[in-house]
Design a protein around this ligand. Sequence first.
Ligand code: BG6
Length: 492
Amino acid sequence: MSPRTIQVSPFDLVVFGGTGDLAARKLLPALFQRDRAGQLPEQARIIGVSRKALGDGGYLRFVRQALEAHVKPAELEGAALERFLARVHFCAVDVTGDGGWSELATLLSEDVAQVRTFYFAVSPDLFAPISQRIGRFGLVTPESRVVLEKPLGKDGEGARVVNEAVGRVFGEHQIFRIDHYLGKETVQNLMALRFANRLFEPLWNSTHIDHIQITVAEDLGVGERGGYYDTSGALRDMVQNHILQLLCLTAMEPPDAFEADAVRDEKLKILKALRRIDDHTAEAATVRGQYRKGSVGGQPTQGYLEDLAAEESETETFVAIRAEIANWRWAGVPFYLRTGKRLAARTSEIVVNFRPISHSIFDHTAGRISQNRLIIRLQPDEGMTLEVMIKDPGPGGMRLRRIPLDMSFVETFGVSNPDAYERLLMDVIRGNQTLFMRHDEVAAAWNWIDPILSAWKHTAQRIHPYPAGAWGPSASIALIERDGRTWLEDTE
Ligand code: BG6
């Protein structure tokens, strides 16, 4: 099946942090891919902004190198690369001073009617000064939008300050708070699965679901990002945004329509219904871990402190949480959340574990009747598996076994899915906010995270070491086993 593309309106995309890591690894490759697919109109321009005095020539070299590093060589062949490079411009701007802004204004004034997008791929403490100058230099047009990269603050108060500063210049309908997990194909498929099928929704509640696991495991360590990561940790870096978004989409009520505010209203209700974890409950409901040296995929790897070149650190590289949603649908259904660096494998999945059948008509010779499970895989092999009980084929009487009804999207559709940024960047240009977070969602997510962070601090909750290549510390296994349950990889 060939992917369908609909051209977006002409646009100028101004990337603050244009020479940064995110631009090189994600934004430029994503824009290049969309251009290759024919989605960018002729007039579309990409304007890299940075403090460095690079000039158009220097920036073009940077872009070329970024694409060579992050796009398959075969995809760079032909006219595609030159066509893309012809869209690229550069402007040296001092984002905390006044230098370069007039030049940027002149560049943008060439076509004021077209969509104008400012992408903030910079540290969040620059969001306010950049917004303020965008306002002061009169760069906001009716067709302007701004994209804010995470982290949005280090806590609720920090996020409020950022939201307020950006909100003074841009209207909420112009602000796109990006969480790239929402652009992943399977995450959107979760909504299709839930709301375009009769099959699951009647079962999607505490009467039929025993518990849900959400795992986002990475095999990589912190790499070059140690400086940022050590001030953040897994809870802020992954749970406050990506994992809570996955939880919201799994647990929310059906919105009236697949429209931005309808979807976001429902997600917000879930965030507000999350049972608070505080000084009294954090020890039992959360586990913090930090990787030590070990081996991942047969390769010896060093520990977090060595990666950081530090003597000590109190930052968690792993977190597991037993979360509860206090509402009618989910009362009594735990959501076990976990994420970590340097785990056994790179895998992200949502596992919906159904309750046991109410009565078995089979005698003991049939064997154990395992519970149904629906596994929604985000990566690496995107797809879904529904585990059902069947009779073991052939003679030998009525013996039962659980088998997977497996669907891999790549195998089934024969297309590899576009990177999340490709989809999300095009949504920004189109002005579609459905897959972006509203300010109140971000605030509600922090409202749940802040008490956990402060409980860890007040109670000096210990960090459990785990060897690189494990599934986190044993305390994480204990967290779920205390409830008589096991993580997916520990089941047969
Ligand atoms: C980012 C985090 O938001 O997501 C990183 O800051 C993490 O620490 C990354 O590695 C994971 O994204 P993905 O798409 O590779 O699962």
